[in-house]
Design a protein around this ligand. Structure first.
Ligand code: ADP
Ligand code: TPW
Length: 574
């Protein structure tokens, strides 16, 4: 056999990885090239995959995570070994924490040298390091196992509670050659990677009975409910039961925030007053004060409120995580909610009108107050003045995706900007992590082709700011709005010693717009509401990469936004 016929009849690790991904409907890779993946990326592109290259792996990883949430397929991030892998790891851990399906694939150094710690190029036992930070971690050593490795990674990321998966591919694997036919046969097309999980009958009956007996019921929709893509069943459930609901930040838009049953504008009232609370794809973690304390109508922060909980979740371990769960309903949200819809039966009595009426009254009062605040055109711009523009734009373009990070920029945006469609808001999530901005924005644009508006505090933006080059390079319809108040939270801190500036303070009047201009995008400074409105209209209308440097009053906002109280306070006052 000549070398050519041998080559024609064989395949290698490079091609098997590409074929395995394509066989499973994966068409996009987020990455940063280098040894040993550079040729792989070239080949993947040549084979028709979309390869989106970043300037730092963390943002490629964040893009993969957002892609996973938005599409319901695992987002894929490829990195080089040790440092590239570590740069991607924060995104993998964050994806796992948020229950987003993603796969971090990293090239790695020679196993025999790594294991003997003989000092290989970028040596690191990556598999061991990744394991505690993700849902599952695998390594493939032989080309004929690539099919299994990819299949297990996809199934692990998507099934049950979704999460991050690490796949370790040593450099040598890519070059391994095996007969073409054996290679083809070794690939696996994953059948039903996120199988339905049907809830038990008695758990449904228990939940429906509890809801039926409630005088002040409340539903809380979390990002798991958004991820589950059971939009119609959830809307039917909400409207049939007539129960008021609160969307967590990434569940906003599952039903339009303007829905008459949406209780967001009476949040403190409903959390404190409700007697039966049904959590749908939302954990009772710090974002919900662990179900305890004043928020829930209890006396002390350690005390649980007088509530009964129904919890609909795919993870059987989630119930009782913080306070007692009276009615756990375990299964996928689509199956659980449609089964509950069926179990409601005809003639379901809507909640007592003194409950819904009291909520409506609070809502009206708060919404009127909010409208008055938003009508004010303050100069310099307050958070509210600037966000009134974003609010209007999303109302006009409900199909646009809103990316949101920062402290005050996040808190105000979440409550001011109404969402109208599911899965259109992606933000700092369960960790309140900064730096997701540009990675999420790139993925949102790549995965959907829709306009993206990224509303970022100036500190938050700094974590991923260099990726505006990526936005420009791929000519993505991303409009970044940097809320520039000269620092972390604000820009007014003073160093009592009068030497270098305080730790939260940045260069005053930084010209963030020039960053976008540097790469051929549009950069605009907007110091007034009119300027901001014009710039956003232009950006969303044209679809050109744009960065708007929105000048915000540096004295506005508070330390850590709404979570000031989580800052430890010194026992010893100086
Ligand atoms: P939020 O931050 O919006 O409150 P969380 O991330 O805390 O939401 O909670 C999401 C929950 O949704 C997790 O407990 C997860 O197990 C659950 N979940 C994710 N996808 C599904 C699904 N398809 N069906 C049921 N539960 C799901
Ligand atoms: C990875 C801590 C929380 S919010 C924030 C930081 C640094 C920035 C707040 O300033 P910004 O917003 O963005 O200008 P604003 O609207 O108040 O003016 N590192 C990581 N994650 C977190 N959460 C932090 C640090 C933090």
């Amino acid at each position: 056999m000549t070398n050519e016929t041998q080559a024609a009849e064989s395949t290698d690790g490079f091609h098997l990885v590409i074929d395995a991904l394509k066989l499973n409907g994966i068409d996009t890779i987020y990455t940063l090239p280098g040894i040993p993946i550079t040729d792989f990326l070239r080949m993947a592109q040549a084979e028709g995959m979309k390869v989106i290259s970043f300037r730092h792996e963390q943002h490629a990883g964040n893009a993969a995570a957002a892609h996973g949430f938005i599409t319901g397929k695992p987002g894929i991030c490829f990195t080089v070994s040790a440092p590239g892998f570590l740069n991607g790891l924060t995104a993998l851990a964050n994806a796992t924490t948020n229950c987003f399906p993603m796969i971090l694939v990293s090239g790695s150094s020679e196993r025999e040298i790594v294991d003997l710690q003989q000092g290989d190029y970028e040596e690191m036992d990556q598999l061991a390091i990744a394991k505690p930070l993700c849902k599952a971690a695998y390594r493939v050593l032989h080309a004929e196992d690539i099919g299994v490795g990819i299949a297990r990674s996809i199934r692990s990321a998507l099934s049950g509670r979704p999460g991050g998966v690490y796949l370790d591919l040593p450099a040598k694997l890519f070059a391994q050659s095996i007969p073409r036919e054996a290679g083809r046969k070794s690939l696996i097309q994953v059948v039903d990677p996120a199988p339905k999980q049907i809830p038990a009958r008695d758990s449904l009956d228990r939940a429906v009975a509890l809801l039926k007996g409630a005088k002040k019921p409340l539903v809380i929709l979390g990002k798991g409910a958004a991820y589950a893509r059971a939009d119609a069943e959830i809307a039917k459930f909400i409207e049939t039961t007539g129960v008021p609901y609160l969307p967590m930040s990434m569940a906003k838009g599952l039903l339009p925030d303007t829905h008459p049953q949406c209780a967001s504008a009476a949040r403190s009232f409903v959390l404190a007053e409700a007697d039966v609370v049904m959590l749908v794809g939302a954990r009772l973690n710090w974002l919900l004060s662990h179900g305890k304390g004043k928020t829930w109508g209890a006396g002390s922060s350690k005390e649980a409120g007088a509530k009964q909980f129904i919890q609909v979740d795919i993870s059987p371990m989630e119930a009782d995580s913080n306070v007692a769960t009276q009615a756990p309903v375990i299964g996928d949200i689509g199956s659980c909610i449609s089964a509950m819809n069926a179990a409601l039966g005809a003639g379901w009595a809507k909640p007592p009108s003194d409950w819904t009426g009291a909520i409506a009254e609070r809502k009206d009062k708060n919404l009127t107050k909010m409208a008055q605040t938003l009508a004010k055109d303050t100069n310099p711009m307050s958070f509210q003045t600037a966000l009134s523009v974003i609010r209007d734009k999303i109302k006009e373009r409900p199909d646009a995706i809103l990316v949101n990070e920062g402290a005050n920029t996040l808190d105000f945006c979440r409550s001011i900007v109404d969402m109208y469609e599911p899965r259109k808001r992606i933000d700092v999530g369960t960790w309140g992590i900064m730096g997701i901005g540009m990675g999420y924005a790139v993925a949102a644009a790549v995965a959907t082709g829709k306009p993206v508006i990224a509303v970022c505090g100036d500190s938050a933006f700094g974590f991923s700011g260099m990726e505006v080059e990526t936005v420009c390079r791929y000519e993505l319809p991303v409009c970044v709005v940097v809320f520039n108040n000269n620092g972390v939270y604000g820009g007014t801190d003073v160093n009592p010693r009068g030497t270098e500036v305080a730790p939260t303070v940045f260069v005053k009047d930084a010209k963030y717009e020039m960053l976008m201009q540097a790469f051929g995008g549009v950069g605009v400074r907007a110091a007034t509401r009119d300027e901001l409105r014009r710039a956003i209209d232009e950006a969303v209308g044209s679809g050109r990469p744009t960065l708007i440097n929105a000048i915000i009053d540096e004295t506005a906002g508070t330390e850590s936004g709404r979570i000031t109280s989580l800052n430890p306070s010194a026992a010893k006052k100086k």
